[in-house]
Design a protein around this ligand. Structure first.
Ligand code: GLY
Ligand code: MN
Ligand code: MN
Length: 438
């Protein structure tokens, strides 16, 4: 499942329309990263670069020029039939023009001679300032080269600006084409979670469930996960970024799985928590139902105009109130919220934007105010409660319980659409699935 090149062209046009007259934007692709010796990690294109090109090769460079002779220039690795026997097909500059919408394209080895000239006399140079040390150094080098020619008439850019400001705001709002891909990614991940629930038995190893998830996603064409899956049995769920996934899951443990695949470089992000033996204990059920109440109430609150922070505040209020009712916190509700007492059990925020990056780009505050939700934004809603196994301030029966319930939610014109409804979250539905296959 891939986006059409027309989509990338429209994005470049939209970005160019927002760039100042006479400006130049420079954006680098990702490079291959060594894993060990001469083996490399699987290649993942830089999100901004992919967003504007759909071009999935390393080391490339995109230059957009507003008002110049060529609006879109790509630099890329040259074709090399002998090497391609080893590394696979490359588009080469010809392919960049024919299939990736470049007005002109050159081999990588022409970058250092061409970029200083392309920067000559521009009103503004846009690039991701201080995000990528290698690019910072290269831009400085190109500016120094250009600076050596001032007596020959060269003129340095009048100003520098951060390209992320424009790009990230664009990426925050998903088009209908992007929504289709993210719906599919979420659907695949939801089905993968269902399979992991069905596969789980007391004594299963965390990595067995991880492999159920990754194998299913891969079988649906989503070969990569959007982040390393968290498969946490028992108290491991209280470690928020637990990724060892190497322990046996005991009878009576809850299992927290936080996993989501990536499709055409778009993420999904789902957490479900379920009992290894198919039955919640009374304490597990109490904590679970409280998280579910917060999850459902916050999802209900997702609509255009809702303030981003009010979703978090709602989750804090519901969870704190519930923790008081269960005797895990004591005191006045407002004071417990004010003092942050709940943070011992709920230490992260309600969610984050979701898109090409799992923690997607886009400001959460705009002009000093929390952002208001608008159609096209996709956010996660993921309340959790984590009671540390060594928390001696609570009764022993509560210790080591960790629950998070995470869904992906699209803001629509009329409210919201949950993208991750394909995996159950009501306690009864989970138990029914695990005990009778649904
Ligand atoms: N999987 C990372 C997160 O839920 O934010
Ligand atoms: Mn998340
Ligand atoms: Mn997650």
């Amino acid at each position: 499942m891939k986006l059409d090149q027309q989509v990338y062209r429209k994005r470049r046009e939209k970005l160019l329309a927002q760039m100042p007259e006479g400006s130049l934007l420079v954006l680098a692709a990702s490079n291959l990263k060594t894993r060990n010796n001469d083996a490399e990690y699987p290649f993942r294109q830089a999100s901004n670069f992919y967003y504007l090109t759909g071009f999935n090769e390393p080391e490339a460079l995109l230059v957009l020029s507003k008002g110049g002779e060529h609006a879109v220039t790509l630099f890329c690795p040259p074709r090399d039939p002998a090497m391609e026997v080893w590394t696979g097909y490359r588009a080469g500059p010809e392919g960049c023009v024919e299939r990736f919408g470049a007005d002109q394209a050159f081999n990588l080895d022409e970058i250092d001679s061409r970029l200083p000239k392309m920067m000559d006399g521009v009103a503004q140079l846009l690039y991701p300032i201080a995000r990528d040390a290698a690019l910072d150094t290269r831009v400085k080098g190109w500016l120094e080269t250009l600076g050596k020619s001032v007596r020959a008439g060269a003129v340095l850019p009048q100003s520098l600006a951060d390209s992320d400001r424009l790009l990230h705001e664009m990426r925050l709002f998903k088009s209908s084409e992007e929504i289709v891909i993210m719906q599919r990614a979420a659907q695949i991940s939801a089905a993968a979670h269902v399979r992991a629930m069905l596969a789980c038995r007391p004594g299963s190893y965390e990595y067995e469930l991880e492999s159920v998830i990754t194998a299913y996603c891969g079988s649906q064409g989503a070969r990569f996960q959007a982040y390393t899956p968290i498969v946490a049995g028992g108290a491991n769920a209280c470690i928020l970024h637990y990724i060892e996934n190497d322990q046996a899951i005991a009878d009576g443990d809850l299992v927290l799985i936080d996993a989501g695949c990536e499709l055409d470089n778009y993420a999904s992000d789902i957490t479900r928590t379920f009992p290894a033996n198919g039955h919640f204990s009374a304490e597990q059920a109490a904590i679970y139902d409280l998280c579910l109440k917060a999850n459902e109430a916050c999802i209900e609150a997702v609509k255009p105009g809702a303030c981003w922070n009010s979703l978090h505040e709602l989750s804090v209020r519901i969870l704190t109130e519930g923790l008081v009712e269960l005797g895990l916190l004591s005191g006045d509700l407002d004071e417990l919220i004010e003092s942050g007492a709940y943070k011992r059990f709920y230490m992260h925020r309600i969610g984050h934007w979701l898109g090409m990056d799992v923690h997607d780009v886009g400001d959460y505050r705009v002009n000093g105010e929390w952002r208001k939700l608008e159609p096209g934004i996709i956010t996660t809603i993921e309340p959790g409660i984590y009671i540390a196994p060594d928390d001696h301030s609570v009764e022993e029966r509560w210790r080591g319980i960790g629950v998070r319930i995470e869904d992906d939610v699209l803001v629509t014109d009329s409210g919201h659409q949950v993208l991750t409804g394909g995996v159950p979250k009501a306690r009864g539905e989970i138990e029914a699935l695990m005990n009778n296959g649904g």
